[in-house]
Ligand binder design. Sequence first.
Ligand code: 13P
Length: 297
Amino acid sequence: MIEEKIKKLKKERDAIILAHNYQLPEVQDIADFVGDSLELARIAKEVKEKVIIFCGVHFMAETASILAPDKIVILPDLHAGCPLANSITPEDILNLKEKYKDYAVVSYINTTAEVKAVSDYICTSANAVSVVEKISEDKIIFVPDRNLGYYVSKHTKKEMIIWDGFCPTHQRILPQNILKLKEKHKDAKILVHPECRKEVLDLADKVASTSGIIKHVKEDDHHRYIIGTEAGLLHRLRKEVPNKEFFLASPLAVCANMKKITLEKILWSLEDLAPQVKVPDHIREKALIPIMRMLSL
Ligand code: 13P
């Protein structure tokens, strides 16, 4: 069985498998740890093993490489990109800084290492409001997700310039999808990720990161939930909270990039120790600063 081969080779290679909550069910099941972007960044920093097999998208593997420069970081498919991260360049940030001189740049972790290197702070969906609230600056350039930016702006009095980027997967979740499900399951609570469009965020009972949604469901006394995020999260929800019911807000909420990581590719990457993601030192040193600011807040 492929799972057995992966487990055996993982030991021989001194590797750990980290997987994002959006990964395919069988990839989540073989992983040593499954979590959201913040949890995965924290773990990557503390890993003891020599090799990190990162089952996620490119910016996540880059973040692991920035935080754990002595490890071999492998992304089993280098084509697993993130259109949201690719929606802004370092030049765009420098132009914004030039235009808005006394503003701090808060970049979502869904950005390239080069963009992180010209940012002042990094945040994830789990801590975006608290990062913006805790930093000393009152004027913020927030990039690249306009929906997360909107959500943060509703929870702070700080002035915010928000970049117009979005996640195409979350964008496909429409308010009418939620309303239709709500009509059918009147007692269902609406839990959504902050990358969803504004009109969806405004309908939600709770907005949280992927792991935040799982935590909420575990602590809550409701029984049914409409879940507004990528389909992969349903696997953990149904596995870890089997006595509750979950309805995916839209069948279109599937990230093709996250699904590029398969068991076969994990096995090949362990065999070849490739493809590796290594952030060059001159970028890594600069990108580490805003990430560490976030982790120490
Ligand atoms: P979290 O990992 O913070 O829940 O965000 C999910 C996401 O959209 C990653 O691209």
